[in-house]
Each structure stands twice: as C-alpha cells, then as structure tokens.
Design a protein around this ligand. Sequence first.
Ligand SMILES: C[S@@+](CC[C@H](N)C(=O)[O-])C[C@H]1O[C@@H](n2cnc3c(N)ncnc32)[C@H](O)[C@@H]1O
Length: 217
Amino acid sequence: MTEINLLDRYPRSRRPIAAREASVPRERDVARRFGREYFDGERTQGYGGYRYDGRWVPIAERFRDYYALTGGQRVLDVGCAKGFLMHDLRGVVRDLRVFGLDVSAYALENAMVDVRGSCARGTADILPYADDSFDLVISINTIHNLDLDRCKQALREMSRVSRLHTYVQVDSWLTEEQHENFERWQLTARTYFAPDGWRRVFDEVGYTGDYYWTLTE
Ligand SMILES: C[S@@+](CC[C@H](N)C(=O)[O-])C[C@H]1O[C@@H](n2cnc3c(N)ncnc32)[C@H](O)[C@@H]1O
C-alpha cells in the first residue's frame, strides 16, 4: 500500500471556484445524474465539455511504467466515463486488455469507439466480474461519489476483482485552503475526508492498494 500520485503528469489548472460556487446547491442534483449536463453542459454543472485531448497519454505511460504493464494483462477502470484512459492505455501498451465500468449511460454511449465494446454499465460497489479477474484495477475520482457504506464496498470490490494491483484516487485536501476550496467547488462527492480519514477507511475494509488524492487548488 503506497501513497503515490500517478496523476502527477495531469495538467494542473486553477478551477474557477468563485464562478461556480453560487450555483453549486442548484446544480448538484443535475450533476449527480451523470448525464449530458455533467459531462458536456455548462462548467457550473460539471466538466463543461469532456472531450478527448490526449491529456491522459502521460498518465497511461505512468501507469504502464509503475506497474510494469505488458501485453496480455487485464486492466479495469472503474468510473471510466468516456474511456479516455482506457484508450490511451491501449495506445501505450500493445495488446493490453482494457475494460471499463461506469454508471453513466451518456458517457458510455459517447465513449471512445475503440473501447466502447469493453465497457459495462454498472456501479462501483457491485462489480460484475469474478474474483481475481484483473492485473490492475484503477478508479479515479469515482468512489467518493458513493455514500460511505457503498464507498467502502467499492473498495472491497476493487480488491476482490484484482489479483495484483489497485490504484484509487479520491477527493481530499492537504491544506485548509484546499479544504475550503473543495467545499465551495464540489458537486457530486458524498464521501470525503482528510488523508487520515481515508487511511482509516482503507484499513477498515482491508484495502491494501495504492492511492492518492484529488486536491482542489
Ligand atoms: C469525476 S468523473 C471521473 C471520470 C474519469 N475517471 C476521470 O478521472 O476523468 C466521475 C465518474 O464516475 C462515474 N460514477 C459516478 N458514480 C458511479 C458509480 N456508482 N459507479 C461507477 N461509476 C460512477 C461518473 O459517471 C463519472 O464518469
């Protein structure tokens, strides 16, 4: 179990917190449906346009190198959205077998064409896969959208279906300013803690995989 930021090559951008803050209470229900508005609606409702632009390529390379991924291995992305990371993992590891799961029908209907057939609609806390099905199970910015009991179950499920590695990234904060920014910005998260709180949850459910935090700057 290692605290490691495998998204350290993700472009950093300052979020327009003040512009979103006032509309957060109004937009929360819409965002939590994870439909078109969340991905491709206004920035106050979610991403404000979730389009492929290659930004996941260096992250896919980071996962490849850190976990020494090779062709023939099986990787699952829980909360795969439109499959951008899946697409780029296939691009950087020849013959990698990549699968995805997401609750959003809209995201899956609009997923990258090359991975769409490997995506399933479902929820992170009930993974439709046998024990030890994957060499690596990734979940980025997804399981904090579940309430605490289901979030814990999602961690157990990730552990159950992985035979080797797991990596989870969740909302958290390292400074009080990041905490305040997070509370003003976030639309969909239901479970969030400072790092110590998350580590207690990981211990309680027996999650022994790798992890890091999404920070609101
Ligand atoms: C912030 S987005 C992250 C997407 C992608 N992993 C990324 O980092 O760009 C959260 C994703 O979690 C999905 N999601 C929300 N609740 C979920 C659940 N219970 N099970 C699976 N996916 C879920 C949403 O549809 C959305 O695609």
